[in-house]
Design a protein around this ligand. Structure first.
Ligand code: ARG
Length: 703
């Protein structure tokens, strides 16, 4: 169908008629309503990074395996490796608590553009505008929090042309209920990631718990009870056919569809190559050690998966930008916009030199961009410097005189420190440190480098591995025992003398003093230019209804089940089956292992009520819904509001989708709900979990 991650609040006005044409049977109020239960009440943002949906009246939540991955790993040991073997809670008592994990459920959203922009005119000086806008956003959010009862924030849309308030309930007791073996949940590994055709059972199960009066709690409490959601999704076993209506409801993280050509160019030839190179280096070093040591393989599993996921994303994005000539396309649009502005004095007055301003800002940003990338991906690509950065609040407290502040900062560190060392190998991190900081010293302009590199030159003959020996040989940040001893009697002097902390300080102060002031000024000029650019585009193309870029707020996208043509002579089908799992099976390759029981069940065609009409086991299907990262775990819903799948990925041909949308190529990859249920019931032997769901049979999907 169409580009668009729509705000549910506006669906009634903007999309509903078109959705009906495609097969939607629900009213706008059944999708989004503040006063009565509606679909939105079944959708949660999981941990701020994924989406989940209620599938039972007792708070059972379905999301992706890769969304639950970190939690699943945290409950795994080499003796009881539930990441590898899978896990289904037999009783409520077996459900596993996950400190720090929360879900947000939207209470309401509101267009507050009028309130935020009141009295602001094109003549308002930019600094004054920024100050007013920020202050009003804060005030509106604070008022909506109702004394801490809700989580609330205002997000800008269309580069600061519009503002929306979001009010949530946050539930801090979210327990793991089940997950398939990793060989199912991550079948195909990094090789299949971001690609179709797919055979991954990318699901996991959680349960949201609440107080006895169904209210959110900040964390786990033993006497909490399952949350009763206002709405849960019925599950349809009808299956999908091409052309069926599909909608995806969830929390897409970030798109940059309004990024100007100069920004695309910088991504293409600076940011992405740097990220790819640095991640490639880090992943190889991690993998070397993970392959040698099963305990390390488990400890680094989640970090590895998340770094590898976007490593491949950046590669695909760059390949796609070249193939689809994304920069040239944008340049063409900008040339047309420039003409449109020049054609009318009123437009000239309003939009002035917006395109020149943008290009000039990027000219400047290009001078510093590599430094920023290397701080993020090289310096903070090492775990020890990330831990060092965590010490900053404590260090600042220690420099002051407030004893209570020191105590609080010390207390605040306990959990992150435990978390850090739970999955840490100093020996591995040392190799990464030597390699990544070595690249930093080699690739970034000399005059933008931190002082510490001079020390490396003078005292270590320019050898980063030798410097790494010194840092890891002498820092207290390499072991949990040493950090705990330090936290028992912290002083500023101890941190100042620590070589890892000193390295961090050098990198960070260089960034704060020499890089950030330059990029901040340029970014500030871009804020205004981007706002005008987006306003001009929307005015020029007044007939086109734009949807705002994704920004981790609740969105709905709609479309249909739809095959695609990948490239010349290659036509992809819209669904995959269990047969494809057996075809990909390779028990000598960890990414394509098929557990023996699964292989047997597939060969015996033991599919029960989950079989398709032709007797095959449906595994995954594609739709043309417009989604991005953060949508992971989102429900795919048919025209009657029933769950038919779980969105979990995008396809290789459309890796530029976050920057530019191509309707012919972009597809959303979904696990078929029947495969998910088959994995739970037949493969996992956990029928009691499926029985909690509301299975409906209302006939074929609308289209
Ligand atoms: N590419 C998916 C996403 O970002 C994540 C897939 C996880 N699977 C994997 N093999 N790493 O939505």
């Amino acid at each position: 169908a169409d580009e668009g991650m729509w705000l549910p609040l506006l669906v009634k006005r903007l999309n509903h008629a078109d959705m009906q044409k495609k097969g939607l049977k629900l009213t706008p109020e059944e999708i989004y309503d503040v006063n009565n239960a509606s679909l939105k009440d079944a959708i949660v943002q999981l941990g701020g990074f994924c989406t989940g949906e209620f599938v039972s009246k007792e708070g059972l939540l379905l999301t992706n395996h890769h969304c639950g991955y970190d939690a699943i790993q945290s409950h795994s040991t080499t003796q009881n490796n539930i990441l590898q073997n899978g896990f289904y809670a037999q009783t409520r008592a077996d459900e596993k608590a996950n400190p720090g994990l929360f879900v947000d459920i939207l209470v309401r959203m509101e267009d507050v553009s009028g309130k935020v922009l009141e009295g602001i005119t094109p003549q308002t000086p930019e600094a004054e505008r920024t100050q007013l806008v920020q202050q009003r956003q804060r005030e509106l959010a604070n008022a909506a929090k109702e004394n801490g009862q809700y989580v609330a924030y205002v997000r800008d849309m269309f580069a600061g042309n519009e503002f929306y308030l979001f009010v949530y309930q946050r539930f801090g007791d979210v327990r793991l209920v089940g997950a398939p073996p990793e060989a199912v949940g991550k079948f195909g590994g990094d090789t299949d990631n971001w690609m179709w055709p797919r055979h991954t059972g990318d699901f996991s199960l959680f349960r949201v718990y609440a107080s006895k009066d169904n209210k959110p709690t900040a964390g786990f409490a033993a006497d909490n009870v399952p949350y009763i959601p206002k709405k849960h999704l019925p599950v349809s076993l009808q299956g999908v056919s091409e052309g069926d209506f599909s909608m995806v409801f969830g929390f897409p993280g970030r798109t940059q569809r309004f990024l100007p050509a100069a920004g695309l160019q910088m991504t293409l030839d600076q940011s992405n190559p740097a990220r790819i190179k640095l991640r490639d280096t880090r992943l190889k070093l991690w993998k070397e050690d993970m392959d040698r040591d099963p305990a390390l393989r488990l400890a680094y599993a989640s970090k590895y998966a998340s770094i590898a996921n976007y490593w491949k994303y950046f590669i695909g994005q760059n390949e796609g930008m070249k193939r689809l000539k994304t920069v040239d396309q944008k340049k063409g649009e900008e040339a047309a916009l420039a003409q449109w502005i020049a054609a009318d004095p009123a437009r000239q007055q309003q939009y002035g030199t917006v395109l020149q301003d943008i290009n000039q800002a990027y000219e400047g940003l290009r001078q510093y961009n590599l430094s920023s990338q290397y701080v993020n991906e090289a310096a903070f690509g090492t775990e020890i410097l990330t831990l060092a950065s965590r010490m900053m609040p404590l260090y600042q407290a220690l420099k002051g005189t407030d004893k209570a502040a020191v105590q609080k900062a010390t207390e605040d560190l306990k959990e992150p420190v435990a978390e850090h060392f739970k999955d840490y190998s100093a020996a591995t991190d040392k190799k990464v440190f030597a390699a990544l900081l070595g690249l930093y010293m080699q690739d970034v302009a000399k005059e933008q480098q931190p002082d510490v590199f001079q020390t490396v030159q003078k005292q270590y003959g320019g050898s980063m591995p030798k410097y790494a020996d010194y840092v890891f040989g002498n820092s207290l940040l390499t072991s949990k025992a040493k950090v705990e001893a330090f936290l028992a009697a912290p002083t500023a002097a101890k941190l100042e003398a620590d070589p890892a902390f000193k390295t961090f300080q050098s990198v960070y102060s260089n960034y704060l003093q020499n890089i950030l002031p330059k990029t901040q000024a340029l970014q500030a000029s871009l804020v205004r230019a981007n706002r005008l650019y987006v306003a001009a585009l929307r005015q020029k193309n007044a007939n086109k209804v734009y949807s705002p870029d994704a920004n981790s707020t609740l969105r709905l996208s709609y479309g249909t089940v739809r095959a695609y043509k990948g490239r010349d002579a290659v036509q992809y089908n819209y669904y995959t089956t269990g047969q494809g799992i057996l075809e990909k099976e390779d028990n000598t390759n960890p990414e394509f292992v098929v557990p023996a029981k699964q292989s047997q069940l597939l060969q015996a065609k033991d599919f029960g009520r989950f079989a398709d009409k032709n007797g095959t086991l449906p595994v995954a299907f594609i739709t043309d819904n417009d989604i991005t990262g953060g949508n992971s775990g989102s429900p795919v819903i048919n025209g009657r509001g029933e769950l038919i799948g779980l969105a979990f990925d995008g396809n290789w041909e459309a890796m530029t989708g976050d920057l530019a949308y191509d309707p012919d190529l972009k597809r959303c990859i979904n696990a078929d709900i029947r495969y998910v249920l088959w994995c739970i019931e037949k493969l996992g032997g956990a029928k009691h979990i499926v029985d909690e769901m509301t299975i409906v049979n209302n006939g074929p999907n609308p289209n």
